[in-house]
Structures are given as C-alpha cells and as structure tokens.
Design a protein around this ligand. Structure first.
Ligand SMILES: NC(=O)c1ccc[n+]([C@@H]2O[C@H](COP(=O)([O-])OP(=O)(O)OC[C@H]3O[C@@H](n4cnc5c(N)ncnc54)[C@H](O)[C@@H]3O)[C@@H](O)[C@H]2O)c1
Length: 442
C-alpha cells in the first residue's frame, strides 16, 4: 500500500518505518528540513532501540523515503497519516494548529481518493475539524473528491516503540466509512497474525480511548507516589506494599512504581487536555485534578529530601545526577523530572554534574550553556568530589554499580534515589546514607 506519514517525529518515524518493514511503500513528510536532510544522509534524529537498522533496511529496499515536499507527500499515499505534534495550548487544551495545517495541505493538493488517518493524540471532535478543513480547501478549488477521516490513536511507548508497533496490544480504529475500515484492516493485518487486535469503534470513542488510557496510567503513578509518601511517614515499605497489591489480578503489577512523578511528551499534556475537554463539557474530572497536583508535588520530592539533609542553602554543594531522560531507553527530555530537580537545586545554589547514556546532547540543548550545569563522560566521572549522588532515571547501567568505586569518588557516601533502584539494607550496609522514595527508614 502507498502510505504517506505527515510528521516524522517519534510517532511518525516509527510508524512509517514499521509500515515499510512489512512491505508498504512509505513516504515520510516533515516541514523540518534539517530532520529530513539528516534522515536522507542515513542519520536518525531520535534515539529509539532497534529503529536505526529498520530505517536502513527500508531505505535500502526503496520502500521508505523522506521528503519536505508537501505536494509530493499528498500525491503519494492513498493513506495519509497525520502524526504531527499536538502540544498544550496556553489553557492546557491540545493545540491543533499542526494537525489542521496538515489537513489543509491534503485538501489543497489531493487529486484522488484519500483516507486521512489521525494518529496524533487529538481531542474528541478533531476528526470533524479535520474533515471540515479538507472539505473547505476542496471547496475553494471547486474540487469534488472523495475522502474519509479515520481515528487511529497511537499507544507506543518511547524506548520500546518499535516493539510496541510491531506487536501491539491493540489497534484502535475509529471510523464510519466501510472502505476506509477495509483499508485499515488490510494495512494492519501483518501486525496481528497471531490473533485479532483490531478494535473498530466510532470515531469519538477512539479519540477518547487514547486520553482515557494515558489518564488511567497517570492516575496509577500519582496514586503510588502519594501512597509512597504516606508509607514513609508510617514506617511502612512501599516496595512491599507494591507487591502486596500488584499480586491482585484486578490491580496487576504494571505502572505501580513510585518515583519522581510522570513526565515526557504525553502524560502531562494529555491529562491536561482531557481535563480541559471535560471542563468544557461541564463534567470536570476531579480525580485528574488530584493526579496533576500530586504529580507536581512529587517532582519536588527529591529536592525536599536533599534540602532536609543539607539545608536550604546549597551554595558550594556539588551534586552528581544519574539520568536526565524522562525515562530509560529514550533521549526525550520533554517534561522530564530531571529538569525540575536540576532547576530546584540550581535555584538553591548547588552546582550539577550530570550523566545520561543517551540524553546528554538533548540536555545540553535544554539547559544551554548555563553556569553550574556540567556533563560527565561516565557515571563515575560525574561523582568526582560530589556531595551526593542523585538518581533520576532508572537506566539499566545504574542498577548494580560498583559501590566501592561510588564511595571513593563521592566526597561523602550519600545517595538520593528517585527510582528506588537499590535494596536499602544492602546500600546502608555498604556505608551509604540512602534516601529512596517510600522505603522504610527512607
Ligand atoms: N511520543 C510518544 O511517545 C507518543 C506516543 C503516542 C502518541 N503520541 C502523539 O503523537 C503525536 C506526535 O508526537 P511525537 O512525539 O511524534 O511528536 P514530535 O514533535 O516528535 O514530531 C512531530 C513532527 O511533526 C512535524 N510537523 C509539524 N507540523 C507539520 C506539518 N504541517 N507537516 C509535516 N510535518 C509537520 C514536526 O516538524 C515534527 O518533526 C502527538 O499528538 C503525540 O501526543 C506520541
């Protein structure tokens, strides 16, 4: 099938690459000329495990190409996937300007039947807006061409995106057009050979499903974070509580890890956008307001613990940070808790030396040439003469460090662990002062 992907970011690039992998003829369009030039040179603008070899394979087979030419993009695919960003507007609602610009471009240039697929995360009712934008452009040029709009929200997780796309839990399709449904069925057939994973529903339900999924996951995180804070006060151990409740199949183990709050490009903006939609309908989601409040407070937890240990004035203190990305296996720093922690520590006068296996180039862009924020070439190098180690992202390589070497490098053996990587009894037996989240004596 001929497929055009509009927006070649985390979602668009993974979608296009995986669709090319199973034999489709894919053209990825982006307005960012630097990004397309990099892809044309064989580079990959994002870090995503397993993606680079698949891109290379698709390109070499001639099934995966990149362009900045809007007309060529519209001409190419019968299926036009819109995978552009939907950042939060000032009031928290999803900013649809890129989605609607992409839709207008389709209306402006199309000369044959198109199925337009909303893959970006968009509020309920957006498919109607996309349809209206295309119809408006067609009317301006007095063209009477058939098209359908489909909602196909994406559930991939950064860091496991290729795997998620190739082996999805479910594929949600919101559509009201039989021909479009048949096309989507055919497109996704290679990804569900084992059993049917397609959930076909009405468009509005599909649009809401994406927000409901992220809101549910964010709720679990905030719930566990608040419970962890309570466990600390009560002298209970959140890790034992986690196992105690996760073993109930109605609850399950996933997404019950306390930490530094959710971040990234999706949860914060999607929770906000859903709340905004709910308020507009006069049906506020009170649970989500609490989820957001708890999350904002949790991002400050580690700074609070550091202040409790070292005092509010951190001038002259040097803190080593392990992990900058909002989660492991990605270089994405959008809404990463590390940003808040570093800003909080800097505001109190501390200097920072940070290490992350893949996100340091992105962190340099985020923090700029700020005084007091330096980057180290290895985890151990970051620790040299630091007052404490502060763990923010749970990369595998931090899970079992050489504690003797850590102790030797640090000025004093103090660890603040925002991800509960270690057994408190074990680390304390090594002579460390250890401050995890919600663990007994933490
Ligand atoms: N990142 C994730 O893990 C994830 C997961 C599921 C859903 N989503 C949703 O998918 C959408 C895209 O997210 P992302 O993280 O891939 O964003 P991104 O910022 O990485 O990529 C978006 C791309 O779209 C391009 N673009 C913007 N306007 C364009 C236009 N008119 N024509 C062509 N290209 C255009 C931008 O230059 C950019 O490269 C968002 O709605 C997001 O909420 C993201």
């Amino acid at each position: 099938m001929k497929v055009t992907i509009i927006g070649t970011g985390y979602v668009g690039l993974v979608t296009g690459t995986c669709l090319a992998e199973v034999g489709n003829d894919v053209l990825c369009l982006d307005l960012d000329a630097a990004k397309i030039a990099m892809l044309d040179r064989g580079g990959v603008p994002i870090y995503e495990p397993g993606l680079e070899p698949l891109i290379r394979k698709g390109v070499e087979a001639g099934r995966l190409r990149f362009t900045t030419d809007i007309a060529a993009g519209v001409a190419h695919g019968t299926l036009q996937f819109i995978a552009v960003g939907t950042p939060p507007d000032e009031d928290g609602s999803a900013d649809l300007q890129h989605v609607l610009a992409a839709a207008r471009n389709i209306g402006r240039h199309m000369t044959s039947h198109k199925v337009v697929v909303d893959k970006s995360t968009v509020p309920v009712g957006t498919a109607d807006k996309v349809r209206a934008a295309i119809a408006d452009e067609l009317a301006k040029r007095r063209a009477d061409l058939p098209f359908a709009v489909v909602s196909n929200p994406e559930f991939l997780k950064e860091g496991a995106a290729v795997d998620d796309f190739m082996r999805p839990d479910r594929i949600v399709i919101g559509a009201d057009d039989d021909k479009a449904i048949q096309l989507m069925r055919a497109l996704y057939a290679p990804f569900q050979r084992n059993h049917e994973r397609l959930l076909i529903m009405d468009i509005r339900s599909a649009e809401l499903t994406k927000y409901a999924a992220n809101a549910m996951l964010a709720t679990r995180i905030s719930f566990m974070n608040e419970l962890a804070n309570l466990a600390e006060k009560l002298g209970a151990d959140i890790e034992q509580v986690r196992q105690g409740i996760g073993s109930d199949p109605r609850i399950g183990y996933h997404f019950l890890y306390p930490g530094l709050g959710y971040g990234g490009s999706c949860f914060p903006k999607d929770v906000q956008a859903l709340q905004r939609t709910a308020e507009e309908q006069g049906t506020p989601l009170r649970v989500l307001a609490a989820v957001e409040d708890a999350n904002a407070a949790q991002k400050k937890r580690l700074v609070d613990k550091i202040v409790a240990r070292f005092g509010a004035d951190l001038a002259g203190r040097k803190l080593a940070i392990w992990g900058l990305a909002f989660k492991p296996n990605t270089d994405d720093m959008r809404e990463a808790p590390s940003r808040e922690v570093i800003d909080g520590l800097r505001a109190r006068g501390a200097t920072i030396v940070a290490y992350d296996p893949v996100a340091m180039h992105e962190a340099k862009r985020v923090f700029g040439a700020q005084d007091g924020v330096a980057f180290a070439a290895s985890p151990l190098a970051a620790l040299q003469d630091a007052d404490a180690l502060v763990i923010i992202t749970e990369w595998k390589e931090f899970r079992s460090p050489d504690f003797d070497a850590v102790k030797t490098a640090l000025k004093a053996p103090v660890i603040f662990d925002g991800r509960n990587l270690y057994d408190p009894a074990f680390v304390r037996a090594q002579g460390f002062e250890y401050f995890p989240i919600g663990r007994r004596n933490g």
